[in-house]
Design a protein around this ligand. Structure first.
Ligand code: NDP
Length: 446
């Protein structure tokens, strides 16, 4: 690491000592960016990195709501408006009991670079709350979402900050939030993405992150003389990203043999039956273990980390941050896995990433590989502005082009700045950063 990046990182550690996820993401990014600062001394003179790592604004607020027993509940919520150099803040809302400022800052920092990689005019942001939608009635979820937006609405807008879904925030939650925003402001505008198809949502948005992950993986494999067809795949998670990654990679000729949730994983040597997974997860909001009861020959194992002991060619971690540690990475490599592409944000620990890179595993980092979701959100914003609806095929074609563009940028930047041409971690961080840096330099000290 060069002197400037390591000084900024030390400053971050001193100022945010308890923010472990944020420091993990910052360490990986700053480490990758060292060669950029060697080449651009003017960035240091402008304090560019100090400004880049500090959010432009963090909004923290309480969310009071009343549960079905008539009891008042209070959650804590945040919006991190991280960087608006290249467009309005854009990034999802996470609803999960683990949510804290460290997690949202790590996600926001990653989001800046991811959004830049899409080539679309979107800045970086992230938000969420420690509210847990799991086990709540629809009325309770609505009460929470309405209260959440009653505070947040004054900070967001189609041209300022456009939130979207993330863990725990799906079509139901976005619908309640959109309704409340419209009621408070009287505006029918594209302030949230991931909306339902009858009120401004985009065809293909639901599938976009998972499908985009597979398009990125295909590009990465083909550039290295390999193919998805006939490969065995493990997908962690069974939420929005995991389901549509499993769907697309199966369409591409691979066999998905395992999926998981936060309680455990299923193994099905015949290939996962996605209709059953969708019924359990999307319709019934149930647990993945029910799959084993419905599909003969499949096996459920308690505990989600064991999924990485299953032999596979390609691993797609699509659940959450740090779900794949150094030990799991070594097991995957020992079992012959040669390709890992991240559907989730930072699912691999720093040690796991290092293990993949040093063993020449083709590794697609989340900020590049899962950028199809936010890219399609930006396409939803375009459709809303134009008052148009594109067909599924139009959106999917655009998504394919965007994912190819992202892979090409990562490969070009890896070739120029990386220790090897397949270091797409350096590639993604550098390509994403350079565009934001140029915009920040042009806009002066703000
Ligand atoms: P969902 O809420 O739809 O699904 C999340 C999945 O991950 C569920 O199967 C969930 O299991 C599992 N999970 C959540 N937390 C944990 C945990 N602590 N340990 C183990 N498993 C866990 O979320 P998404 O599919 O939307 O998001 C998944 C990941 O992809 C996140 O990292 C998100 O930031 C990222 N992402 C999402 C995008 C999108 O468009 N949705 C875009 C880009 C990235 P359970 O049901 O048991 O909680």
């Amino acid at each position: 690491m060069n002197a400037y990046t390591s000084r900024v990182l030390e400053g971050l550690k001193a100022r945010n000592p308890h923010e472990s996820e944020f420091l993990q993401a910052a360490t990986e990014i700053l480490d990758s960016l060292s060669p950029v600062f060697d080449k651009h001394p003017e960035y240091e003179a402008a304090g560019l990195l100090e400004r880049f790592v500090e959010p432009e604004r963090v909004i923290l607020f309480r969310v009071p709501w009343v549960d079905d027993q008539g009891k008042t509940q209070i959650n804590r919520a945040y919006r991190v408006q991280y960087n608006s150099a290249i467009g309005p803040y854009k990034g999802g809302i996470r609803l999960h009991p683990s949510v804290n400022l460290s997690i949202l800052k790590f996600l926001g920092l990653e989001q800046i670079l991811k959004n830049s990689l899409t080539g679309l005019p979107i800045g970086g942001g992230k938000g969420g709350s420690d509210f847990d939608p799991k086990g709540k009635s629809d009325r309770e979820v609505m009460a929470f979402c309405q209260s959440f937006i009653t505070e947040l609405y004054r900070h967001i807008g189609a041209d300022t900050d456009v939130p979207a879904g993330d863990i725990g925030t799906g079509a139901r939650e976005i619908g309640y939030m959109y309704g409340q925003y419209k009621r408070l402001t009287g505006l029918y505008e594209g302030v949230l993405t991931g909306k339902g198809l009858t009120y401004g949502g985009s065809l293909g948005r639901k599938q976009a992150t998972g499908y985009g992950l597979c398009y990125f993986t295909k590009n990465m494999l083909e550039a290295n003389g390999k193919s998805i067809d006939g490969q065995t795949v493990v997908v962690s998670g069974s939420g929005n990203v995991a389901i549509y990654a499993a769907e697309k990679i199966t369409q591409m000729g691979a066999k998905v043999v395992a999926m998981s949730d936060s309680n455990g994983y299923i193994y099905d040597a015949n290939g996962i039956n996605l209709d059953v997974v969708k019924q359990i997860k999307e319709v019934e909001r149930g647990r993945i273990k029910e799959y084993a009861a419905r599909v003969p020959g499949s096996v459920y194992t308690e505990g989600c980390k064991g999924i990485w002991t299953i032999k596979c060619d390609i691993a797609l971690p699509c659940a959450t941050q740090n779900e794949l540690d150094g030990e799991a990475a070594k097991t995957l490599v020992a079992n012959g896995c040669y390709c890992v592409a991240e559907g989730a944000n930072m699912p691999s620990t720093l040690e796991a990433t290092e293990t993949f890179l040093s063993n020449d595993v083709l590794f697609g980092p989340g900020k590049a590989a899962n950028a199809g979701g936010v890219a399609t959100s930006a396409l939803e914003m375009s459709q809303n502005s134009q008052r148009l609806s594109w067909t599924f095929e139009e959106v999917d074609e655009k998504l394919k082009g965007i994912m190819a563009g992202i892979f090409n940028q990562c490969a070009a930047a890896a070739a120029e700045y990386g220790d090897k041409p397949t270091n797409y971690v350096i590639g993604a961080n550098t390509a994403g950063f350079l565009k934001v840096a140029e915009a920040m330099m042009a806009q002066g000290i703000v």
